[in-house]
Design a protein around this ligand. Structure first.
Ligand code: NDP
Length: 294
């Protein structure tokens, strides 16, 4: 998939950006990054913009003609991978995986007690496909689990917090804070000095949402001050993370290169389904709510 592509699928023509043919013929655009300026000009028949990614942040939605639907990649397979990643990051730390790898190098047989699961508390910011799923798994495993979302949730054995007024209570006293939020005007920068101050001293942060959720400088400060014990970041404000970033070498920070979800096959099938829905004139399923931004 080329980057910054705008491909119109309109038999007989399938066009690859920067070729737009007659824009008035285009009814579907597939795109994997922010739209190039002017992409939508003259696309009077455009029905749907299919974003080949999970979060629609970065699209030039303001330039989108009125009435055009936006679809994103949101399959069970993609969500499953992020859920696996989040389980891994908690278990890796709780079960001292890094320490055992180091011990093995020294041929050292040294058990370390893991934190007890019923005494370990986790809050997941975002309770959608990914956040809701992983929260249920954590709760099933016996962790004290909470979610924070726009709307209140009723899920067995999971405490639910809602909206800006519920954020501090959601963050308080959690050993792990996991971000699985979409990036919107309301969630940009949500992981900042204020939210770190609201967390339990020594909390561990895992961000698999978007880099722009996090104030990276404030994170380093919070870890250096001991307010946070560390962080695992799958997403960064600038990707790839610049060589000069202090995050690379900070002992409290683990970086993974935006791989929580890796395989997009199922998403591509979903995009093809949307194309078929447009072609057959049926209602397009699972469109993004553009007012909410996710
Ligand atoms: P969903 O749309 O299913 O869920 C989003 C959740 O966030 C919902 O629970 C929603 O609340 C909550 N939310 C949205 N805005 C707010 C807000 N202002 N305040 C509180 N809660 C809010 O999204 P997914 O679970 O499918 O994906 C979430 C994000 O994960 C993606 O947008 C993307 O950024 C990231 N992602 C990262 C990947 C990676 O590889 N690192 C891969 C895939 C996704 P409510 O339920 O009340 O609507």
């Amino acid at each position: 998939m080329p980057s910054r592509c705008g491909t119109a699928v309109s038999p007989p023509s399938r066009l690859l950006w920067p070729h737009r043919g007659d824009p008035a013929d285009v009814d579907i655009v597939l795109i994997d990054k922010g739209a190039p300026p002017g992409l939508f000009e003259g696309m009077t028949r455009l029905r749907v913009l299919i974003f080949l990614g999970a979060g629609i942040d970065g699209l030039r939605l303001a330039e989108l003609p009125a009435g055009v639907g936006v679809a994103r990649l949101a399959t069970r397979e993609l969500a499953s991978e992020v859920v696996q990643y989040l389980l891994l990051r908690v278990l890796y730390r709780q079960r001292h995986a890094a320490e055992y790898a180091a011990h093995q190098q020294r041929r050292e047989w040294r058990p370390i007690a893991p934190a007890k699961t019923p005494e370990t508390s986790i809050v997941v910011l975002g309770a959608g496909r990914i956040g809701g799923w992983v929260a249920k798994l954590f709760a099933e495993l016996g962790y004290r689990t909470a979610v924070w979302s726009r709307s209140l949730k009723q899920i067995d054995n999971i405490e639910s917090f809602q909206g800006p007024s519920g954020l501090k209570a959601a963050l308080a006293e959690r050993d792990y804070v996991i971000c699985a939020l979409p990036l919107t005007g309301e969630t940009r920068g949500i992981l900042n000095a204020d939210s770190f101050a609201a967390m339990k001293r020594g909390a561990f942060l895992i961000n698999a949402g978007r880099g722009a959720h996090l104030d990276e400088r404030a994170l380093i400060q919070a870890i250096d001050d001991g307010q946070l014990s560390g962080a695992c970041l799958d997403v960064c404000a600038v990707e790839p993370l610049p060589m000069s970033s202090a995050l690379w070498t900070h002992p409290g920070v683990t970086i993974t290169p935006h791989v929580a979800s890796y395989w997009v096959d199922s998403g591509i099938e979903q995009a093809a389904d949307v194309c078929r829905q447009v072609r057959s004139g049926v209602e397009i399923k699972n469109l993004v709510d553009l007012n909410r931004g996710y």
